[in-house]
Design a protein around this ligand. Sequence first.
Ligand SMILES: NC(=O)C1=CN([C@@H]2O[C@H](COP(=O)(O)OP(=O)(O)OC[C@H]3O[C@@H](n4cnc5c(N)ncnc54)[C@H](O)[C@@H]3O)[C@@H](O)[C@H]2O)C=CC1
Ligand SMILES: NCC(=O)COP(=O)(O)O
Length: 332
Amino acid sequence: MDTRPRLRLALTAGEPAGVGPELLVRLAAIPFDAELVAIADRGLLERAAARCGLDIQLIDDNAPAPALATAVQLRVHHVPMPAPEQPGAPDPANARYVLATLAEAADGCLAGRYDAVVTAPLQKSSINDAGIAFTGHTEFLAERAGVDVVMMLASPELRVALATTHLPLSAVPAAIDGPLLQRVLRTVHAELRRKFGIDEPRIAVLGLNPHAGEGGHLGREEIDTIIPALDALRGEGMELLGPLPADTAFVPAMRARYDAVLAMYHDQALPVLKSEAFDRTVNLTLGLPFIRTSVDHGTALDLAGSGRADPSSLIAAARMALDLVLRSRRAA
Ligand SMILES: NC(=O)C1=CN([C@@H]2O[C@H](COP(=O)(O)OP(=O)(O)OC[C@H]3O[C@@H](n4cnc5c(N)ncnc54)[C@H](O)[C@@H]3O)[C@@H](O)[C@H]2O)C=CC1
Ligand SMILES: NCC(=O)COP(=O)(O)O
C-alpha cells in the first residue's frame, strides 16, 4: 500500500477580472486523484462559483477536511485581494496580489508544500500598468527559482519549445545566439527524456528567416548562428533536424520525423498549436526544479464573468501536472 500523502497541486487563479477564477472552480468540480489547493482570494472564488452556478465548499488549507462533503470541495490558501474584481476590466491595483499568489505557489513548490503548480492566465499588461516589470509566469518562476528555463506548449499531437519568449519581434534576431540555442536545446533534450520518457529525442529546429534563409539570400542567421550551434550539439550525439523552414515544418510528412520543435520566437509556432488544438494544449515550463503547467490561452476578458469559458485547457494542464509528478516519483 502506498502510504505517501495525497499529491497536492497548487492552482493560481491569475487575473481576477479574467476567466481564471471561473476555470479554477470548474476544475474543482472534476474528480481528481490529488488535493487541489487554490491560491487566491477566497471571496473571488466564491463569486466565481456563483457566476458558474456551482455549489462549492471552500476549505481553509490549514483546516481538517469536513467529515461530510456537502458540495464540490476546494482547499484555499487565502491571499487577500485589495480591489473587488470587475469581470472584463483588470485593475492594476490587484497586480501585487496576482504576483503574491504566484510567489506563494513557487515558494510552496520549492519548499515541498505543493507537488506542482498549475496556473490560470494573468493579464500581463495590467501588471505592467501597475509599474511592475513583468513579462510572464515563465520568466517570473525562473527568477524565483534561480534557474534558466524554456517555455514549451504541448498538445497530444505536437510539442513546441521556444528559443525566445516575450520579446518584441524587433529584438528577436539579436537575442538568438549560439550559447542561447545550445542551452535551450540541452534543456529541451533533457526534459523530453525526463518528463516525456523519450530516450532518444529528435528535435526539429526552425530557421529564423523565410525558407530558413534560402542559403543566405534571405538572411544569414541560419548560416552564422543556428547551423554552428546545431553542429556542435550533433557532435555530442543529439539528434537534430534543421534548420527547417517554419512554413513547412508542420506538414504531416514532417511531423513523423521529430518529437518536438524548437521555434525561434513566440508567434512562429504557437498559432499552429492554438489553431489545431486550442482546447487540448498545455503550456509547461522546462528546467524548473518543480512542475509547472498552465493553459494555452489568455484571460479571455470578453468571456469573463459569463461562466462560458471552456475549462478544457486548464483540465489538460492539471492532468499533465499530475502525470508528470507521478512519473518523477516513479523515477526517484
Ligand atoms: N498563461 C498566461 O498567463 C497567458 C496570458 N495571456 C494574456 O492574456 C491576455 C489576453 O490575451 P489574448 O491574446 O486576448 O488571448 P486570449 O486567449 O485571452 O483570447 C483570444 C480569444 O480566445 C478566446 N478564449 C480564450 N480562452 C478561452 C476559453 N478558455 N474558452 C473559450 N474561449 C476562449 C477569447 O474569448 C478570445 O476570443 C493578455 O494580457 C496576454 O498577455 C495570454 C496567453 C497566456
Ligand atoms: N502564449 C504563451 C504565454 O504567453 C504564456 O506565458 P506565461 O505567462 O506562461 O509565461
